[in-house]
Design a protein around this ligand. Structure first.
Ligand code: 13P
Ligand code: SF4
Length: 303
């Protein structure tokens, strides 16, 4: 038996013993995706964390995702195998800063991208993900909306909404680096390929795209589309999932350096240690979890 096979078997047996499930984001390394019970985007993983029956969740992603799972499932043990896996964008806004902004716009609703820490969700009206941001904003009665922290996602939403969107100036350090020149370079090499990008990209990159989707939206579209070739404008971990689900399609990264280092911190070894020790455990104090949960649940109620 190879080391890799032995590691997988240990994880699967311990997972059963602990009554745990493994949730993995679409950007995780291939070996971690391949052992997960569900691989998905932020919205799918949040829904699964809430609805799946189990005693523990091993969250292979970054801290805000594990926090969201812990908020939705206070009775489940939520483990984050890579304790230092964070989202730099989520750290670009604090609850104190948001409270100051809210006081300047008392009539505005506050939409927090799920890529925020629990304290920020707790002072927001509703959360959104890249899969439902437009729907969430349109569901609100307010004509003014404070949108934190991603200015690119805010600008994408503003294309489809008549509301006044007040963006925070945060951004994803991976997606914000894509340029229209990256698109031209890849289009010159693959002229028949459809360009699929994530809404965390800059507006000028969105302008060059054929379609804009969440990570799972990109995967679904690549599998269902008549096109055979795709240029993929998001983190490169997604290519493994597309290759697995529709191996006949050819996908080219918009940039091969689009790597979220934090998403790559989780390994099978760390998953095993987390299951053995039942830590690092993610918990959220109830005074923060309660209001944050309201904001997440409002989002989850939107079909
Ligand atoms: P998705 O919700 O589309 O999976 O995006 C999460 C994320 O962190 C994108 O950078
Ligand atoms: Fe955060 Fe960007 Fe990494 Fe997504 S890709 S987790 S937004 S840093």
């Amino acid at each position: 038996m190879t080391n890799h096979t032995a590691l997988r078997e240990k994880i699967l047996s311990l997972k059963k013993e602990r009554d745990a499930i493994i949730l993995a984001h679409n950007y995780q390394v291939a070996t971690v995706q391949d052992i997960a019970d569900l691989v998905g985007d932020s919205l799918e993983l949040a829904r699964a964390a809430e609805s799946r029956e189990c005693s523990a969740i091993v969250f292979c992603g970054v801290d805000f995702m594990a926090e969201t799972a812990a908020i939705l499932s206070p009775n489940k043990t939520v483990l984050l195998p890579a304790q230092d896996a964070c989202c730099p964008m989520a750290e670009m806004v604090t609850a104190d800063e948001l409270v100051v902004l809210k006081s300047r716009y008392p009539d505005a609703a506050v939409v927090a991208y799920v890529n925020t820490m629990a304290e920020v969700k707790a002072v927001s009206d509703i959360c959104c993900t890249s899969a439902n941001a437009v729907k969430v904003v349109e569901s609100l009665p307010n004509s003014q909306v404070i949108f934190v922290p991603d200015q690119n996602l805010a600008s994408y939403v503003a294309r489809y909404s008549k509301k006044e969107i007040l963006p925070w100036e945060g951004y994803c350090i991976v997606h914000d680096r894509f340029t229209p020149e990256d698109v031209s370079r890849q289009k010159a090499l693959h002229p028949d390929a459809e360009v699929l990008v994530h809404p965390e990209c800059r507006p000028e990159v969105i302008d060059c795209a054929d379609h804009v989707f969440s990570t799972s939206g990109i995967i679904r579209h690549a599998c269902r589309s008549q096109a055979e070739e795709f240029i993929i404008g998001t983190e490169i971990g997604i290519l493994h999932r597309i290759a697995k689900l529709c191996p006949e399609k050819h996908c080219f990264p918009l940039s091969p350096t689009a790597v979220c280092e934090n998403m790559k911190k989780t390994s099978l070894e760390k998953v095993l240690v987390a299951l053995e020790r039942m830590e690092p455990r993610i918990t959220v104090p109830s005074e923060i979890a309660k209001p944050a949960r309201l904001a997440i649940e409002r989002m989850l109620k939107i079909p």
